[in-house]
Ligand binder design. Structure first.
Ligand code: T4K
Length: 407
């Protein structure tokens, strides 16, 4: 049973001794589960067929449906987006230095460093949270071979500007599209830009296949290399023609992916409904800015991202996160503190922060809030009521936080 929270009464906040607003934790990235009957029917088919992995019929069907939805020639399912990035980077023969945002999940940088390619961190545009093309150009050196932009929160990078730079400077352009499945840019679906784009279908993502991802490309030769590389380089029984790894998607994951795809439109609707509930509830809170989606484009509305102006709020971002956690709202600080402040990058480039001012400021302001099918508009109202209450009375909240026993 959730506790009703009378909005405005600071003494009712959990941090001040009240009962938590939510009896069960409200997570960011709670998986969306589509039609169970369809999923179990697919599991039965799979078991009857005794074909469990290695480019099985569900994987092949998943690829066909992904290609049709996105309008690309290839959308090769893989075991997860991190390995997908590694394979795409290797298949495109990137080496030396590659320019990436630091404001991204650390997998974007790791996929390069894993192959001893140096990620060169570029700052982002504070308004969009995406890599700033005006700054990319300054980071190009004779060792640079590529640019990887991340479509942060599913809101596309400035693709036109990045394409222009990469063509003019002879660089390979790719995108980490982990967040951007079923989103569009200029009316065209994400997946068809750059040399390749990589989606994530991790459990916490908009479309999930338990674990999984896909590499989208319109380049036939690149796709052929990727297909070999994700299967140890095998080009037939006993015939290895290429260096490879094991990046295959299993049938069980493809079954989940196919079932999730069938529920795609209703998932978008749920996320859109929650997003609008958040916009209504937070619109008039002066210290909070909710990141907006361009509704003239296709979007999955998967991330509810707010920025807190700590000076106006009288509370820091981390204090607000602590208030929410006490209410059982497991809000997240993605992508704090920025890849450049994580190992091994902080040791390799101890001064990288000097060129990453926006990344550093933003990663101190952002809070990601729960949405998806596990969250109702009533939950959103209650959560935002807690937030408004705390922000209306920062002093008692700070005192309550200070009085907590040290963790
Ligand atoms: N590029 C970008 C831009 C990405 O954001 C990601 C992944 C990648 C690349 C790499 O994609 P994959 O290789 O994963 O396909 C989570 C996800 O694990 C990660 O996939 C995702 N980005 C990232 C943004 O979020 P963590 O370390 O925050 O995970 P964790 O365990 O804290 O889970 C997040 C929340 O979800 C928790 O509050 C619990 C909840 N949860 C999680 C799982 C797995 C559930 O309720 N049920 C579940 O089954 O990274």
């Amino acid at each position: 049973m959730n506790t009703p929270k009378p909005s405005g009464d600071v003494s009712q906040l959990a941090i001040c001794g009240g009962a938590p607003a939510f009896a069960q934790p409200l997570h960011v990235g709670r998986p969306n589960i589509a039609d169970r009957e369809r999923l179990f029917a697919r599991f039965n088919d799979m078991l009857d067929r005794r074909w469990l992995s290695n480019n099985g019929p569900f994987v092949q069907e998943f690829e066909r449906r992904l290609c049709a939805l996105i309008g690309v020639r290839h959308c090769i399912p893989v075991c997860n987006a991190t390995v997908g990035l590694e394979i795409a980077i290797r298949a495109a023969q990137l080496h030396g230095e590659v320019i990436v945002p630091s404001y991204t999940f650390v997998a974007t940088a790791h996929a390069l460093q894993w192959q001893e390619i140096t990620p060169v961190f570029c700052d982002v545009d504070e308004r969009t949270h995406n890599i700033d093309p005006a700054l990319v150009e300054r980071l190009i050196t004779p060792r640079t071979t590529g640019i990887i932009g991340t479509h942060v929160w599913g809101r596309p990078c400035p693709i036109d500007a990045l394409t222009e730079i990469s063509q003019r400077r002879g660089l390979t352009l790719m995108f980490d599209a982990a967040h951007a499945f079923a989103c569009s840019y200029g009316g065209r679906m994400i997946g068809g830009f750059g040399r390749a784009e990589v989606f994530s279908f991790h459990a916490t993502k908009f479309l999930n296949s338990f674990e999984g991802g896909a590499i989208a490309t319109n380049d036939d030769a690149l796709a052929a290399r990727i297909r070999l590389m994700k299967n140890f380089g095998f080009a037939g029984f006993d015939k290895v023609v290429f260096i490879g790894t094991n990046g295959k998607m299993t049938e069980v994951c493809a079954a989940m992916g196919l079932t999730s795809l069938e529920g795609l439109e209703s998932l978008v609707e749920v996320n859109r409904r929650n997003y609008h509930a958040y916009v209504r509830a937070l619109d008039s809170v002066p210290s909070v800015t909710l990141l907006r989606y361009d509704e003239s484009e296709r979007s999955n509305f998967q991330y509810i991202v707010i920025e807190l102006d700590a000076v106006r709020a009288g509370l820091s971002r981390d204090e607000v996160v602590a208030v929410l956690h006490a209410e059982n709202v497991i809000a997240r600080r993605y992508f704090w503190p920025g890849c450049h402040r994580m190992e091994p990058y902080r040791s390799y480039f101890p001064h990288a922060g000097l060129l990453l001012g926006n990344t550093e400021r933003m990663s101190e302001r952002v809070i990601v809030l729960p949405t998806g099918t596990a969250v109702t508009p009533e939950d959103v109202d209650k959560l935002c009521g807690v937030l408004r209450t705390a922000l209306a009375s920062p002093e008692p909240v700070r005192q309550a936080l200070a009085a907590r026993p040290a963790a």
